[in-house]
Design a binder for this molecule. Sequence first.
Ligand SMILES: Cc1cc2nc3c(=O)[nH]c(=O)nc-3n(C[C@H](O)[C@H](O)[C@H](O)COP(=O)(O)OP(=O)(O)OC[C@H]3O[C@@H](n4cnc5c(N)ncnc54)[C@H](O)[C@@H]3O)c2cc1C
Length: 285
Amino acid sequence: MEKTSITIKGLEFPCYELDTVIVGSGAASLNCADHLVSFGHTDIAIVTEKIGGGTSNNTGSDKQTYYKLSVSGKEPDSPYDMAESLYNGGSMHGDLALIEATMSAQEFFHLAQIGVQFPHNAFGGFVGYKTDHDPRQRATSAGPWTSSQMFQRLYDEVKKKNVRIFDEYDVVALLADGERAVGLIALDKSKLDDETFGLCFFRADNIVFGVGGPGGLYKTSVYPLVQIGAIGLALEVGAVARNLTESQYGLASTKFRWNVSGTYTSRYCRAISAPTGTAATNANS
Ligand SMILES: Cc1cc2nc3c(=O)[nH]c(=O)nc-3n(C[C@H](O)[C@H](O)[C@H](O)COP(=O)(O)OP(=O)(O)OC[C@H]3O[C@@H](n4cnc5c(N)ncnc54)[C@H](O)[C@@H]3O)c2cc1C
């Protein structure tokens, strides 16, 4: 990473130039950073509004299901079958469904290897349960603790690998050159009172946008207050949206942010509505 500067009207603003910037520090972003370093890409940095913020580490859901290929017992499963289950929900691009299904076992075992504890039986098999619209027992979790453990263990890995983290930086704009994102503008929150207002620039060949779900869209939401979301920044520079999260309506408390998961709420509690926002599939809560 190289640090240069940009001068605007006599004021000097820091500009960081590097190969890859990952925005956000939830499980998705941390996993990406962990893998990039393992694959030999070291000129990377995470720019995040808050380490420990976001949904992965904070959400309140009774299940917080991790959905993957069935890997235990005698029930057969295949990536194609799983992709069909994801696709049949009606809001998922088929190719992405197949990629998610194909990679799901690999990524699950990666999490297990770095210390995320998933429920297992006496034979070491990672047992699962059925979740919404799920024809197999692909779902697993030990409640929201699993999601928080994913954050914690991945954060440990990223620290071990010395990934540079710009913590408490709000990304406020993406910079695009034609169809390609080439950089971003952020506010360093420790410098908001300086004459530069903490404004700084990042120039990168690759930008990974892991800013979480759309909790901030809703007036009333069970998304944790620490989640602001930033999908709009990508849409603003012309990104085409695929697999935007569904909205799920169900029984939820908002003062103590907690929701009762999908099947129960959607079958029996359709009348009660507090948007809970789920991940990319409908087979996950
Ligand atoms: C109640 C509830 C129940 C759910 N149940 C399930 C379930 O059962 N199964 C399932 O798969 N999913 C479930 N989800 C969804 C799932 O939890 C999220 O999709 C997932 O945790 C998102 O992870 P992430 O890493 O993409 O984002 P997050 O963990 O939200 O991280 C986003 C990161 O981006 C940062 N950020 C945001 N804006 C900016 C910005 N402008 N600049 C810099 N950084 C920024 C945040 O600080 C944070 O670090 C549920 C969600 C909720 C709220």
